[in-house]
Structures are given as C-alpha cells and as structure tokens.
Write a protein that binds this ligand. Sequence first.
Ligand SMILES: NC(=O)c1ccc[n+]([C@@H]2O[C@H](COP(=O)([O-])OP(=O)(O)OC[C@H]3O[C@@H](n4cnc5c(N)ncnc54)[C@H](OP(=O)(O)O)[C@@H]3O)[C@@H](O)[C@H]2O)c1
Length: 287
Amino acid sequence: MTILLIGGTGKTAVRLARFLQNNNHQFLLASRRGQSAAPAGMPAVRFDWMDKASWKEAFKYRSAAGEDVRAIYLMEPLVAEPWKPMNEFIDYARQEQGVGRFVLVAGTSSQPGKPGMGMVWQHFMDTGVDYAVLRPSWFMENLSEEAPSGLIKDLSRIFTACGEGKIPFVSATDIAAVAYRALTDAKPHNCDHRILGPELLTYDGIAQKLSIALGREIQHVSLSGEDRYQSLVTAGVSAYYARLLTNLEAAAAMGFEAHLNDEVEKVTGRPPKTFDVFAQENRAHWI
Ligand SMILES: NC(=O)c1ccc[n+]([C@@H]2O[C@H](COP(=O)([O-])OP(=O)(O)OC[C@H]3O[C@@H](n4cnc5c(N)ncnc54)[C@H](OP(=O)(O)O)[C@@H]3O)[C@@H](O)[C@H]2O)c1
C-alpha cells in the first residue's frame, strides 16, 4: 500500500516519511506546493484542504510498485471549523478510494466529539474505520522554527505567557515514530496516543539548557496573556492563531500540560529524546 502524508512538508510528516523510506514502505507527501516543496527523492502531490478539486490528485498516484493509497496521515488546516472539510475528505477517501486507515495529529485537549479535532476523532468512531489519534505535547522543534529561533539567535530571548508552567516537550521524531507504528502495524491501534517527552520543563528550564548548549545566556521573558497576544499580532501572526497560541500558553501556565507517561517507549520500544540531546543536535539554529 501507499501511505499519503498530509502536511507533508511539516515537522512530523517529513520525519515520518524518512521512517517509511528507510523501511521500504511506499508513501506520497501532500503539500499545497506539490512536488516543488518535497525533499529530494521523495514523491509529492499537490493537495489543499480548501480546494476539493485537489483531493483526487493523490489517488491518481500509483507508486512504482503499483500500490494505491490505503492509509492516510492527517492534520488540520488553520481555518475555522477544520473538521468539516476533513470529515468530508475522510468519507471520500473511505467510500470512493478504498482507504482503510487514518492517523490524525490532534492537540492535547482533544476529546471525541469536542469541537476541533475531537469532531474528526468522533467521525472515525462513528464510521468504524481503523484509526489512531496522536495527542502530542508541545514539540521541541517549535524552538527551531524560523520566528523563535531568530529571537534566540538575535536577542538571546524566548518570549511566552507560560510563566512557570511545566511542559513535557517532545521531539517531532518521537511523534513520527509513533505515527509510523500506527500506520504500518498489522493490527490497527484504534485508540489515542498521548505522546509526551521524558521530562517536565518550564521555559526558564529550557532557557537554562539552551544557555549551557550555546555557551551564552538565554533568557525566558515571561509575558502576560495580553502582552503576548499583542506581540504576536505585531509580529504579523494572524489574530486567530495569536489568540489560539496565547490561550494554549495561558493553560500551560496553569499546569494543563504537566503530565508524564511512557507512551513513546511502549509504542516504539525506545525512550523519547531528551531536550539536552535536541539542543545539541540543533545548535546551528541559534548561533
Ligand atoms: N507544534 C506543537 O507544539 C503542537 C503540539 C500539539 C499538536 N500539534 C498539532 O500538530 C499539527 C502540526 O504538525 P506538524 O508540526 O508536523 O506540521 P507543521 O510543521 O505545522 O506543518 C503544517 C503542514 O500543513 C500543511 N498545510 C497547511 N495548510 C494546508 C492546507 N490548507 N491544505 C493542505 N496542507 C496544508 C503545510 O504544508 P504546505 O504549506 O506545504 O501546504 C505544512 O506542511 C497541528 O495539527 C497541530 O495542532 C502541534
């Protein structure tokens, strides 16, 4: 079978594609930019959640081995009520294209039936299709994305509204490793996986670890929710996403993310990456 990876240029899907490639599974990346956005040597197709005409393109693809798309990795677009196009696409893929398994990336707070990715999760259960819902904590890789890494590089500062809230930061590689198992295990998982990193860290703790890794002082600047929202909007972030991010940070400040478990090791057979290792591997982003 071929596995279609929506969000194919994103942090988790590119890593998932490497796992699939290394283990000789057929896959196809989906991006609004099509093949031009794909890493070298990886097949890609144009796909846009908001353009239904693009949905069928992925199913026209047949891998060199002649295998059709039978499983899909999915994540939401940043639009209002994203579950509406997603559930319509899932029905199309299931009923008209013979897709039998879906693995969805959702947020920490997702619950079946709850507006957001909970509506897609509920749809999996209602239709009886094979599925897994990944509920990762915050990605370590957020810190190596362009905007935060630029602030660390230029100002040696991290700005959040997380206060002293503890977060079990997890590597996108570990999320991809769980997704890999959920997509390729012979037995479908048909459950959610709460994917957490190995330790609870505050942003002050993250700043300390980065200071050690980089050999210069990195400071965490703790902002109020309103100041954080305004700074994001001033930096060009959409009001919708700025509010979403600020609300997530405010919840983390109240301890919403402060949990640990052994899910990564249980599913993949090895413990999740530590932040110290991540910081060493990614020093170049902040220098
Ligand atoms: N970051 C975190 O800390 C965190 C924590 C928990 C859960 N999550 C969840 O994880 C998911 C993000 O995963 P990720 O980090 O692997 O992805 P990502 O790096 O944020 O990339 C998102 C991808 O979605 C694609 N995309 C955006 N709009 C699209 C559209 N209209 N149609 C088709 N593709 C579209 C983009 O590709 P193109 O631009 O190439 O089209 C991009 O590859 C989100 O659902 C988020 O809620 C994130």
